[in-house]
Design a protein around this ligand. Sequence first.
Ligand code: AMP
Ligand code: ZN
Length: 468
Amino acid sequence: MQLFDTQTRRLKTVEPRDGKVYGFYCCGPTVYGPAHIGNFRTFVLQDVFRRTLEMDGVKTMHVRNITDVDDKTIRGSLAAGQTLKDFTEGWKVKFHHDCDALGCLAPHVEPSAVEHIPHQIKMIEELVAKEHAYQSDDQSVYFKISSDSEYGKLSRLDERELNLGATQNQRADSDEYEKDSIADFVLWKTRREEDGDNFWESPWGQGRPGWHLECSAMIREYLGETFDLHSGGVDLVFPHHENEMAQSRCACGGEFAGHWFHITHLMVDGGKMSKSLGNLYTLNDLEKKGYTPAEVRYVLIGAHYRKQLNFTLDSLHAAREALHKLSQLELKLKEQAGGIEVLKAEELSQVEELGVFTKAFEKLKHDLNTQAAIGELFTQLRTVSKLSLEDAKLSYQGLHVLLYALGLDLPKPELVPDAPEEVLLLAQKRWEAKQAQDWAAADDLRNQILSVGWIVKDSKEGFDLIPQ
Ligand code: AMP
Ligand code: ZN
């Protein structure tokens, strides 16, 4: 598989550096409210990335953290009158529920920032000992960006004409600081009144870690000092990922991430999502409007991850139609393949011949081009009636490799009760032939039904008729 790398700005081959398991880290949700569909563009695309690798026979180790301590979670818990733990737990459960509904595989490890405070303190100690960090007058500890000659490489600060030297004495202690200001960033925030009871003991007094540090500490714990790939939405490139990389390289040595995968932001109705514009949708909001999570997923994967995707309610309508069409075509191919069953996921990942869907899978493997893969899927599906039994069998499993990689859960094919009388008659005759075990006659009738544009499908109760 080839995937664009933010740091080198080139396509790079995706393969496990240890030759065994591909280890990747995704910055997870900040659990202070429901995730919105923009967040889910990122999480769903990361899921397609993992599924594609798995269908390509590569074992993965997917680590995604939960940010359960930062400015926003603390503010939220105090406003709600709940402990930080209870508050974040509620939003974590909601996040998991939405991920499941959207068909995202659970990460193999999902560490929480609060549960890794000692790991974070240890990393700060190392940075202070190596003079990459210092304690300021207010007792907080900051990372000294001028101590890292590589700082700015990922986000190419030099090209943005921001002068590192001029900002040496600037400090930022908010978890989110302005994108265009470069400053020493906080590693340990000294205890403040507005944080309530949310503080921990450390060699620098009571306080809590800064946001950027948690990922570095948890990556070291679960993936090591050098690992395969790091991912997030494009807004994380600077300062979050730049800062993570600086801390980790300075504390532990190692290369940190070998590959950076960033997903472009989702737009809604042509603009940024915002509460005040009334276009900030959660999965719940869309379900209340009658759309299914599968339809939302279909829209989210409908554009290449490096291109802007403009979400509209109309695109959900189109997704509904596309999914129904896909499910009818899937059934048609199944018929063509003699009604064979789909292999299990582990078996699908071993399938080498994808029949007419080889090219669609290649599109996915070429920079995760979901849009082109879906286009190719439809192109090939429209021609399945020309396939031989053997090709149809291969292609049927090939189709399911694609559906698994895209994480598409197809709706049941729409059953149409009002098939014309003559078609019903043919289907009835076929049913009787089957009862009489006259398979040749049954097959012949099935073909006759097919030739007038209908597919007959056996069910427990008898048969269903579906338009071709
Ligand atoms: P957060 O919970 O804010 O930390 O964000 C979780 C993930 O969603 C991060 O990888 C963000 O970069 C990503 N994200 C936030 N907003 C959007 C958006 N509009 N489109 C795509 N990804 C987003
Ligand atoms: Zn992170």
